[in-house]
Each structure stands twice: as C-alpha cells, then as structure tokens.
Ligand binder design. Structure first.
Ligand SMILES: [Zn+2]
Length: 396
C-alpha cells in the first residue's frame, strides 16, 4: 500500500528575480511547444518532442529534466484542451514542475534549493511550523511544483511512503450515533472489546438551534445587520470546532485500537446512510451527515498513515436485523432490541456492529453470530455506563 501526500507551503526565495525568470521561461517555452504542435493531427509522443526540441531548449539554459517536464506539461495541456474541444490554450500562470533531480530538500532546516536556468541555483526558505516538515522525514519526495501568484511563491511537494500492512487478526466495527460512537472488536473466537466513545452531535446541534432562533427573531434583518451576522457566525464556528475536535480524537483512538489488535476496520458506506432507519425525523440529517463524513475522512486518513485496511459496507438492515437468525428485531426499550424468533437480546449499537462485521466477510475471522454470553464477556472491564446497563439487562 502506498501513501501519497502533498505538502503545500509558502516559499521565500533569496533571489526572487532568478526564480521568476525561470518560471517565465518555463511557461513561455511550454507555450512555444504548444504553439508548435497545436495544429498537428496527432499529439506527438514524448520521444518525438525530445528529438525535435531538446537541443533548442537546452540552448536556452534549461537542464535535461527541466526540458522533460516541459514536454510532459505541454502535451498534457494540449491533450486536455483538445479533449474538451477548446481553442488553443494560452498559459498565464507562472508555474513549473520540477523533477526530484533538480532540487535539494532539507526538511530539518526548512530549505529548498532549486536548480534554475544556466546552472544557477536558488535557495528558498519554506515557511510553515516545524512539525509539518518533520512529519515527512522518513518519506520519499518526488516532484514539486512552484507557483507564483503575483505576490507570493507557493511550493507543493509530493511525498510517498510504503505503508506496511499486517495480517488481519480481528475486525473492528464502528457504529456512529447521535451521541456516541460504538466500537466492537472481534476475532474468530470471541469479542475482544466493546467501547463507547461520546460523540457530541447533540452539543453541536445546540448551536444550530441558536442560529435558527436568531434567524427567526430577525427574519428580515439578520442578513444585513453586522452584529447579528457575527453572532450567527460565532455559533457556526463553535459547532464546527466541536465536531472537528472530537472527530480527530475519535479517529486517533479507533485507529490505535485497530493497530493494537491488528484489525480490519469496517464502517457503514456513507452513500447508503439515508436508508438507515435508526436516524429518525428528529435527527438533524444535514448536520449528522456532515459530521459522519468528517469522522470518516479522519479515520480514512489515519488508516492510510498507519497502514490499516478499511472496508465500507452497505448498512442496510444493520440496525434492524437479528445478528443470529436474521429475523426482524423489535424494540425492547429505546436502547435494547429483541429478536422474537430466537430470543436474542442486545444493545442496538452493538447489534449494528455485529451486523457490520458479518457483512464484511473476512476469511480467517469467521464471523458467525455471537451468543449473549460472548457479548457480555466483551463488555466486561468496560466502565461505560451504557454498557453496564446492557449487562444488567441480560441478567434479568
Ligand atoms: Zn434471532
């Protein structure tokens, strides 16, 4: 598995004049090649371009890999524009793609040395907090892009890393709800762990309600009065912060657990979320969908970083069918569901997790339905109150 990330930072060149001169030449010669090949029937291959333009461009002071990048760029522009039947493109932006042989990157000192025209070098200071650079210390860097937007230089560096993957020993299912995220880890023999983390959608929703109240109180004015607009913005910001912070923490915790137990992570596929019957009318759909999306993207990101496999499954029926006999479940109370055919009783979120696991069908982790003793065992040693309640409920 390969992880690819791009670091985008501002750059302060020591000799900006030299860098701009190079960017201009890069753009102008890309344009020159575009002009030369625009009316040709077929877009020439890189090999043909090399034969036709190499010596000419080298004569202008470009290095061999600069020239190669110019061919690639000119070809891709022509190809894209012809595909959409556009007219001959005119390049305006000052951007250049630089091969890894044409720059030296010093992450520790946040410094970049780029080779430009005529064998000259330009030293560029990279501006960003140190942690952002240290993160990529053990990654491989590939091409980079330099852009000049008229006042500032931007550097985008592509990093890649081989992520080692482990043999899957267990499956970790995640069920997201209005006020909690339930996690269940199970291997072929038993439930390893059940955990409930709080998810502050209700707290975030309070801010939404405030926004609506303000808008209702000033139905005509709220858009135009600065103070009211500010108040709305403040609530919006708090709402986003609450969700962002908790998503980040939850994703960290879940992926660390998955690493420890060598789990495959299984989640509901977002595309089918609307069909989930668990989310009733009261549920603020837009907000929860957004929050779920956020959480999932954080989890996906952490999985990529840590080499964890992630699987998305269709959530249809996960919160309404018996994990043991597939019969329709009925509500015992608002948290517990019961199967009328086989008598299985369980917490609705835990049931959803079991059903997610049985849907992912990983071999080696035979995911047959649990019996009640098993679910209890998994819950032991967990201080979560909701879980204690479930255990008590089993005993009666
Ligand atoms: Zn059943």
């Amino acid at each position: 598995m390969k992880a690819v990330e791009t670091l985008k930072v501002m750059g302060l060149p020591e000799e900006s004049g030299e860098l701009i001169k190079f960017l201009r030449a890069f753009r102008d010669y890309t344009q020159y090649i575009i002009n030369q090949i625009w009316n040709e029937k077929n877009i020439p291959s890189v090999k043909t371009l090399h034969r036709r333009f190499y010596h000419e461009l080298r004569g202008k002071g470009f290095r061999a890999h600069h020239v190669k990048q110019i061919y690639y760029y000119a070809r891709s522009v022509v190809k894209a524009v012809k595909k959409s039947n556009g007219s001959k493109p005119v390049l305006r932006m000052l951007t250049a793609r630089i091969d890894k042989y044409d720059y030296k990157l010093d992450l520790e000192n946040q410094e970049l040395i780029v080779k430009v025209l005529g064998g000259k070098e330009v030293k560029i200071k990279l501006v960003a907090p140190k942690e952002r650079f240290l993160k990529y210390m053990n990654w491989n860097n590939y091409e980079l892009m330099i852009k000049y937007d008229g006042s500032r230089f931007w550097i985008c560096i592509e990093f890649r890393r081989e992520v080692k993957q482990y043999n899957i020993r267990s499956v970790l299912a995640i069920d997201v709800n209005f006020d909690n995220v339930t996690i269940l880890i199970k291997d072929s023999r038993r439930v390893i762990k059940v955990k409930r983390l709080s998810f502050p959608l209700r707290r975030a929703l309070c801010h939404r309600i405030w926004i609506e109240r303000i808008q209702k109180r000033y139905p005509k004015r709220w858009k135009y009065v600065k103070g009211i607009r500010e108040a709305i913005r403040k609530h919006g910001r708090r709402m986003r912060n609450i969700i962002n912070d908790s998503c980040h923490k939850i994703a960290e915790e879940i992926t660390n657990m998955a690493l420890k137990h060598r789990s495959l992570i299984v989640v509901e596929n977002l595309k089918n979320l609307r069909a989930n019957s668990k989310r009733g009318a009261k549920f603020n759909k837009k907000l929860s969908l957004w929050a779920y999306h956020k959480l999932l993207s954080y989890i996906e990101y952490e999985c990529l970083e840590k080499g964890i496999l992630l699987m998305k499954v269709n959530p249809k029926g996960t919160s309404s069918l018996c994990p043991k006999c597939n019969n329709k479940l009925i509500a015992f109370n608002d948290r517990i569901l019961r199967c009328s055919r086989c008598g299985f009783i369980g917490d609705r979120d835990v049931i959803a997790c079991f059903n997610l696991i049985s849907k992912c069908g990983v071999s080696g982790v035979t995911l047959k339905a649990p019996d009640q003793m098993q679910t209890q065992e998994g819950m032991k040693g967990n201080k979560d109150e909701g879980m204690n309640f479930v255990i008590k409920c089993y005993k009666t």
